[in-house]
Design a protein around this ligand. Structure first.
Ligand SMILES: NC(=O)c1ccc[n+]([C@@H]2O[C@H](COP(=O)([O-])OP(=O)(O)OC[C@H]3O[C@@H](n4cnc5c(N)ncnc54)[C@H](OP(=O)(O)O)[C@@H]3O)[C@@H](O)[C@H]2O)c1
Ligand SMILES: [Zn+2]
Ligand SMILES: [Zn+2]
Length: 365
């Protein structure tokens, strides 16, 4: 029976390290060894949720169930927010399995495991092969953050001729700037302050606007599309005047309460508000290929996959100091040590070979 360490967010005792035991693998399930996990803003909402945290996982397949067909032991794969769906409803048949009424998603299903862990058991059907040349730590934040922003752009037909606004330069936002810029769009970044201006411009932004204390926003061209990736809902009164007629707003933030938007500007300018959650598997796979081809990568800060490492990373994210995605690495020292040991063994073997050849040479003479 597979058993592995997981990190759970609890109501009264903070992060707890516990063991999860799973039944023998069945159907297309695989057992994975986790090698990296991103920390998403949504994890903060669940930190007291009595559930195992993390949904930006990357790992290596260690065992395969009886019906696994396409993946094998040793494959490097990622997974994200959705773990299962019914496979036969209208949404599933359309490739919109993220809206399947029987979807199994982070926060609602499989609460005994997540990517803040050393292992996990998931269905092969919900795993994504990691493109060659993309490291585990780069791939991890793409499994939710990358998928979510790419989905908003790609699934809703963003054109290279568009001016796209990205509001909030965090885990999602800093990836969204890169995706939109590589899609050929003009990218306008809206951020609380000027602090992130230089990095946003380096990531591909064409224009940067600090929103704090602004009574009115000025853009050189109205926005055809806006991805809102702030951790709370923005002031819509400030935003609507910079939207082009017929523009689309993608509110991606997870927030409590109501969505309240000035009513007449929405009607009179034919604006569209388009909600969405993460990405279907079809789009997720396309996102990974696009990121690999265009060398889109998160700027990341690494933390050890321990109780202390998770607490540190969460505190930094909550304070707004993360640049720009935390990635938790299980056993960072072991893999580094293994590498050092391998190198030392190789050097030792070469020295022995060298000595042997010299000795053989003297004998021949
Ligand atoms: N819809 C989906 O499928 C989906 C998927 C993943 C995440 N999410 C949600 O998307 C949001 C962003 O996630 P993330 O991982 O990118 O979080 P993050 O790294 O914390 O980034 C959020 C950004 O929002 C801005 N911000 C911080 N505090 C704020 C506040 N009080 N009010 C307004 N803005 C604030 C900051 O950007 P600036 O400094 O530039 O202002 C910050 O970098 C979260 O609400 C998360 O739950 C949704
Ligand atoms: Zn997420
Ligand atoms: Zn379904």
């Amino acid at each position: 029976m597979p058993s592995f360490t997981v990190f759970k967010g609890t109501k009264n005792d903070g992060i707890q390290e516990i063991k999860t035991e799973k039944p023998e693998l069945k159907g297309d399930q695989v057992l994975l060894k986790v090698t990296a996990s991103g920390l998403c803003g949504t994890d903060l909402h669940y930190k007291a949720g009595d559930m195992v945290l993390g949904h930006e996982g990357v790992g290596i397949i260690e065992e395969t169930g009886p019906d696994v067909k396409f993946m094998k032991k040793g494959d490097r794969v990622g997974w994200g927010y959705e773990h299962d769906c019914c496979g036969h409803c209208q949404q599933c048949l359309k490739g919109n399995e993220t809206y399947c009424p029987e979807r199994a998603m982070y926060g609602f299903a499989d609460l005994d495991q997540g990517s803040f862990a050393h292992g996990a058991v998931w269905r092969e059907a919900f795993l994504f092969p990691i493109p060659e040349g993309m490291s585990d730590e780069v791939a991890a934040p793409l499994q939710c953050g990358g998928a979510t922003v790419f989905n908003a752009l790609h699934n809703f037909d963003t054109q290279p001729t568009e001016t796209v606004g990205i509001m909030g330069v965090g885990g999602l936002g800093h990836l969204a700037i890169q995706f939109a810029a590589k899609m050929g769009c003009r990218v306008v970044v809206l951020s609380g302050s000027d602090r992130k201006k230089d990095e946003a411009m380096k990531l591909g932004a064409h224009e940067f606007i600090a929103t704090k204390d602004a009574k009115e926003l000025k853009v050189s061209k109205p926005l055809d599309r806006l991805l809102v990736t702030t951790s709370a809902q923005p002031n819509w009164d400030l935003i609507l005047p910079i939207m082009a007629p017929g523009a689309t707003i993608h509110p991606l933030s997870v927030d409590e309460g109501k969505f309240e938007i000035p009513y007449m500007p929405l009607i009179l300018n034919g604006l569209r508000v388009q909600g969405s959650v993460v990405a279907s598997r079809y789009i997720h796979n396309r996102m990974l290929s696009f990121a690999a081809q265009h060398k889109i990568a998160p700027i990341l800060e690494k933390f050890p996959m321990t109780k202390e490492g998770i607490n540190q990373a969460m505190e930094k994210l909550e304070k707004g100091d993360m640049r720009y995605r935390a990635v938790l690495i299980p056993h960072p020292d072991t893999s580094k040590n293994k590498h050092i040991l391998k190198k030392a063994l190789l050097r030792f073997a070469l020295r022995i070979l060298d000595k042997f050849l010299r000795y053989a040479n003297t004998k021949v003479r």
